[in-house]
Structure formats: C-alpha cells, structure tokens
Design a protein around this ligand. Structure first.
Ligand SMILES: [Ca+2]
Ligand SMILES: [Ca+2]
Length: 467
C-alpha cells in the first residue's frame, strides 16, 4: 500500500518537476527611464523593449539597491540590500565580500535546484570567478567592442571612458551584438533541464560608441534636453556637491564649457536604441524557439543615469534619475496590464523568480516577491524601495514620495504626485512632518560595515564624498 502510494506520488512529482519554467534574465548597463515604455525622454526609440513591457508587467517605480554598477549587481545576484552585503563602490568582487561567504548567487540557487545556467556579457560586474566559477554551466563569454584608435568627441582632459561617437561602422563589431547572436543561438537549443540564462548588455554605459545608423535616429540640433532650472540646487543640503569627487564623470559645468551636452545626449539615446535592437534579437529568438511558452523574461538595468538633471552627470546620487531603473517581467500567466506604480526594488528579482518557478523559498533574502503586482498591476504594496549610496546615506521611495537622509543628518523630501523631477525639497515644511515620520521608519539602521578591497583601501583612504 505504502509502495503504491509512493508511485502515485512519483507520478505527480515527475510532471511537476518537468514543467519548471525557464528564466531569461536580460540586464542593460546604465539604462535610465529614456525608453518608450517609461517615457523619460519624448524622442527615445526602444520598440523591442516597449513590446516586452506591453506583453507583461512594467514596474514603472522600480529602483536599484545602490546606484553603482558592481554593488547594484551584487544586490541583484545575492538578493541582499547594501546594508547586508557591505559593498558601496566598484572594487570588491562578490566572492570577496565577507558577508556573502555563504550566500549563493541566484544562478547558483537555480543550478542547485535542477537548472542549467547560461551566462554572457556583463552580469556580475567582475564576472563569475573564484568560488563562483562553478555557478555557470555554459558561459557565453564577454565579447570586446571595436574602439577607435584616437579620442573621437571628448575634451582632451576628460577621462578616456567618457568618449562617444558614431563608431564602429557595423553592428557586428559591437560586443553586445555578438552576445545577442550567441544568446539567440543558445535559445534555439533543446535542453534536458530548465535553463536560467543571464545576458548582460554593456550599452548605454560609456564610452557611447555605436554605429552611425543609431545616431541617425536622433537630430542633435533639435532633440529635447532635460528640464534643468538653474535654481534647482538652491534648496539642497550642501553635502552632495562633492559627489563627483569620487567618480570619473564630468561635472555639468565641464559638459557646458565643452559645448557637448547635445552630442552626449544624442549618443546616449543612440546607445539606447542600439541596445534595444540587441534585446530584440534575443526576444525574437526566444519567440521562435521551443521555449517561447514556458520562459519568464526579466529585463532590468543596474541603476539610472543623469544627463544634466540636477546639474549632474552619471550616477551615484539618491535622486530619481539615478535610482530609478527599468524593470520588466513577462511570461506564463502574466497578463498585460497598466504601468505598475507600486514601489519595487531590484532585490525583489531573486524572490520573485524563486516564487514564479516554484523553487523552495529562500529565507535569507531581503526583498519580497512581486507576485501580487504580477497578478494585478494595481496591487498596492506598503514596503518602499530603499536605495543606499555610500555608507550611511539612504533614500526611501514609496508610490508618491521620496525621502533622502544623508549620513550627516541632512534630508530631502519630494512629493512625486506633483513634482516628478524632484525640484521642490519639502523637508523644511511643517505640514509634511507626518509624511516624513511615515517614511523615516523605513530607514535602514547600521548594517554590516563597508568592505573595500585592499587595493582600494590603500589608494587615497577615500571617504564618503557625500559627507
Ligand atoms: Ca551600470
Ligand atoms: Ca530644488
């Protein structure tokens, strides 16, 4: 009798195990809301990502955990907040962080539960090395992009990373394009196990070199520039002003003096359209593959990007341009819906995929499953999205509000219902005291100490530039 019951149990178990859905995770480096589906720039052309957004859920209020490449990606792959892993700047690798010694990457977690893992391009900033090298079964590699031999557009004293222009001539000379081809080829294969494929595109990260046809989509002389009132910074605490001391990005003053704001803006938009084309290649391959009906697609960027807003360029701030990211989830059972306005964090990707794929719940994760918002785009959520930049500085973003509290106690408060550009810092207004209290209760306390790799610690003994 017991044996008979056991076989009946197996009969049920086998089809369930075989029915596990696949995962295609696509990341795009430094992509802000200048896409069609988020509407952050009126002329942005991203038809393939727009189609993905329309086919599933568009989390239009999603935010990174830390607005810097490597740390944000460590958060996505570990499912942990900055205050849990202790990485706040480019430097330490995932496998070097003491707090992550026993924390599996999402790829490892899926692999340990029967998935074959495929990975290519920039997924973890430093790749899957050391003890993580076994996390990936089938590496697709990181293809190089052809670079011009001499600087093209940048003023001579700027960092070499900050260059841009219509180059190379052909998409095939772009690493992202060749990665898309490899991912497309891999998707056409049959797999005995379900797969977890991670594809990480480099554009629109600087240098902003993409072929001429992508530049041709945008008229440099007439394209829209961000609304950037000269008085915007007057109501801010003074501590943020040195934020550029750390980064290699130019200051807004340098961009204006160089006369390059328009051409840089064109190059960023061109890069978005190019990378959208690469995303489209992968999505088209998925549609044509045997896996089209049983694969969840998750598309995200590691953080946003300023192009002059608040007189800032690049990332690392706790404002909307820096923290907001595209986050799209589509796949079996997810009905198309309106933009989702509930806050979401990139640390929610791990628990969401575990939930969607029916894997055992993972108790150490800091995020929560987005299943309620996948079931219903209007579903509410009390928990805000927390972003941290450098140790001790945090932003709390709800559906309608943002609170920023810096390590030195300085604060900013914005009402997104009527101020989506965060022009008006309301922190000094007594009428918003109650709102402030509601938001402040979510601020993280302490956390693990910041970890820096030795070479970084030895450099300049850099301090938090926001102090
Ligand atoms: Ca990045
Ligand atoms: Ca202001």
């Amino acid at each position: 009798m017991i044996r008979a019951l056991f076989f009946i149990y197996l009969l049920f178990l086998v089809p369930i195990a075989a029915a596990k859905p696949n995962v295609l995770m696509i990341s795009v480096d430094d992509l802000n809301d200048w896409t069609g589906f988020l509407g952050g720039h009126p002329e942005a052309q991203t038809p393939h990502m727009d189609a993905l957004a329309a086919s599933g859920r568009n989390f239009a209020n999603a935010h990174c955990a830390i607005p810097v490449c490597s740390c944000s990606r460590v958060s996505v792959m570990s499912g942990l907040a900055a205050t849990s892993h202790g990485s706040y700047e480019i430097g330490p690798k995932y496998e070097e962080l003491p707090a992550l010694e026993k924390v599996p990457t999402i790829q490892r977690y899926f692999k340990d539960h029967g998935y074959v893992t495929i990975e290519g391009g920039k997924v973890l900033h430093h790749g899957f090395g050391g003890r993580l090298s076994g996390d990936i079964d089938q590496p697709l590699g990181r293809d190089k992009t052809k670079r011009p031999k001499k600087p093209m557009s940048r003023p001579a004293h700027w960092s070499g990373a900050w260059d841009w222009g219509a180059y190379p001539e052909s998409d095939a000379d772009m690493g992202d394009y060749r990665l898309a081809e490899k991912a497309a080829a891999a998707l056409s294969e049959d797999f005995e196990q379900p797969f977890f494929m991670s594809v990480g595109f480099f554009r629109p990260h600087v240098p902003l070199f993409v072929p001429p046809k992508w530049f041709d989509l945008y008229d440099v002389d007439t394209l829209t520039l961000p609304n950037n009132p000269a008085t915007d910074l007057d109501d801010l605490p003074k501590n943020f002003l040195s934020i550029n001391d750390y980064a290699v990005a130019p200051t807004h003053q340098e961009v204006l003096e160089g006369g390059v704001q328009r051409s840089l803006t064109q190059a960023y938009l061109a890069s978005n359209s190019f990378v959208d084309h690469c995303v489209g290649m992968v999505l088209d391959a998925l549609k044509a593959s045997p896996h089209s009906d049983d694969t969840y697609v998750v598309l995200w960027s590691d953080h946003g990007f300023h192009l002059g807003e608040k007189q800032h360029w690049a990332k690392r701030t706790l404002w909307e341009e820096s923290t907001q990211v595209p986050l799209l989830i589509a796949g079996p059972g997810i009905e198309p819906g309106e933009k989702c306005g509930a806050p979401a964090s990139l640390i929610d990707i791990f628990p969401t995929l575990v939930d969607l794929c029916g894997l055992p719940q993972c108790d150490h994760l800091d995020g929560v499953s987005l299943r309620p918002q996948l079931d219903d785009a209007a579903a509410t959520r009390e928990r805000p999205a927390i972003t941290s930049s450098y140790y001790g500085n945090h932003s709390v973003r709800t559906r309608d509000w943002r609170l920023i509290v810096y390590e030195d106690g300085a604060q900013e408060l914005y009402d997104h219902r009527n101020d989506p550009d965060e022009f008006n810092n309301l922190i000094a207004e007594p009428t918003h005291r109650e709102q402030y209290e509601k938001l402040a209760k979510w601020l993280p306390e302490g956390g693990v100490p910041e970890f820096r790799e030795k070479s970084e610690r030895d450099k300049v003994k850099k301090k938090s530039p926001i102090k």
